[in-house]
Ligand binder design. Sequence first.
Ligand SMILES: NC(=O)c1ccc[n+]([C@@H]2O[C@H](COP(=O)([O-])OP(=O)(O)OC[C@H]3O[C@@H](n4cnc5c(N)ncnc54)[C@H](O)[C@@H]3O)[C@@H](O)[C@H]2O)c1
Ligand SMILES: O=C[C@H](O)CS(=O)(=O)O
Length: 492
Amino acid sequence: MTVQFKSTAPLELQDPSLLESRCLIDGEWLGSGEDAVHNPATGALLGNVPRFGAAEATKAVEAASRAFKPWAKRLAKERGAILRRWFELIIANREDLALILTSEQGKPLPEARGEIDYAASYVEYYAEEAKRIYGETIPSHRPDARIMVTRQPTGVVTAITPWNFPAGMITRKIAPALAAGCTAVVKPAPETPLTALALAVLAQRAGIPDGVFNVLTGDAPAIGEVFCSHPAVRVVGFTGSTEVGKLLMRQAAVGVKKVALELGGNAPFIVFDDADLEAAVEGAMVSKFRNMGQTCVCANRLYVQAGIYDAFVTRLAERVAALVVGDGTAPGVTQGPLITGEALAKVETLVADATGKGARAVTGGRHHGLGRTFYEPTVLADVTAEMAVARHEIFGPVAPVFKFTTEDEVVAAANDTQYGLAAYFYARDIGRIFRVAEELEYGMVGINSGLLSSELAPFGGVKESGNSREGGPHGIDEFVELKYMLIGGLAR
Ligand SMILES: NC(=O)c1ccc[n+]([C@@H]2O[C@H](COP(=O)([O-])OP(=O)(O)OC[C@H]3O[C@@H](n4cnc5c(N)ncnc54)[C@H](O)[C@@H]3O)[C@@H](O)[C@H]2O)c1
Ligand SMILES: O=C[C@H](O)CS(=O)(=O)O
């Protein structure tokens, strides 16, 4: 496991104006920096953003409310053209956006570029989808009347987003919302606000009108309270932990607001005896170690059938030991730091619990020698259901590998969680593929693949992993309301 470290040079952007640290409310850039944003790899200060609260959140929601009807009345083609322009600007500024993202979030630069492409793909997709929000006519129950159903924009959308995908988690909500004719107010995570603000700079340049897209930073509970209770808000969108999602759901219930929740996960990754072993190891690497294991769809529990358990563990450990840990901006680095000291402590506690109950660290298992929040990419063998890693979202570069014997046993184990976001399995028997895919209680199932996210498909979970879908044609549904019109008086 080698390490790479790059000098703590300041951000060298092609367009320095993208490093914006003020908030965008009603077309104005407001506020001065109170809350520091640091590079998790180096500790370097990247900027200071405003600590706004209820007053500014109210100002932003009311701006979005004023902007709603004019935006909703624009032709869908016009909204689509403006979103297309935003997409083009994101792609044109990909390198700067990726550098800002890696600097504040920590993921390796190639992954950050990939996230910018991923984030842009939602804007591109919904720029097109804006023109396809169709209604329907229904055969009438009366000769003198006709039935029409239209899909109209819901109204003001508020969105609270996480730090692990600071670009993708914003556009995955905002692009469909704006495409549908809604207006939006976003509060990004305090760890990664600069990416959100850079996207807002480009949104304004693309011609998204004042008040249609607002971004503010600051006091999360105070801002969240306004987002959930202001009478002008129609949808509360949230991507983050299940704990906070439940809190926001309770707050939004008072005003009977729609909540669109994308929450935590605890993904099983099952490898059957008949799997392509090398493909399964590759899939495990992609699913587990992307973003240092800090994704909601990471393989959180790896279940390997007894006949290939030792071979899989050995091969996986070889691949994990070859990961390169360091500053994500340094060439060749494939694992950056964890986002905070609290995240590191959680991973250390989970690994200590597992090894204390008999798990074996085949590789890694310790705080990395680089210090700060770097952790050694880790494979744990001989893991059992009694260990906390079986029940908690690890959110770190740790692969706990469980052994199983029968298909029924592993499906029961995989479903034994309050989460239901993503699941994966590797097998080649077609009967097994259909049986297991249908039995798994998850919103998304990757079969012989460790990666399934795409703007083309409905991303989301069941149980305590959420209640919404983002991406694909279904991604619009959160931001439109059905209106049933009965047109009578048509008899001769
Ligand atoms: N399902 C998905 O699509 C998806 C995607 C990314 C992350 N996640 C989940 O998010 C979690 C990691 O992200 P995180 O640590 O940022 O989650 P988090 O819930 O701690 O924070 C998410 C957002 O909520 C805000 N927040 C925190 N407390 C709040 C409160 N009381 N009121 C209003 N807002 C509040 C934070 O400032 C942040 O912007 C993991 O559980 C991960 O699985 C899910
Ligand atoms: O962490 C959650 C993200 O949704 C991961 S993905 O990039 O969409 O797969």
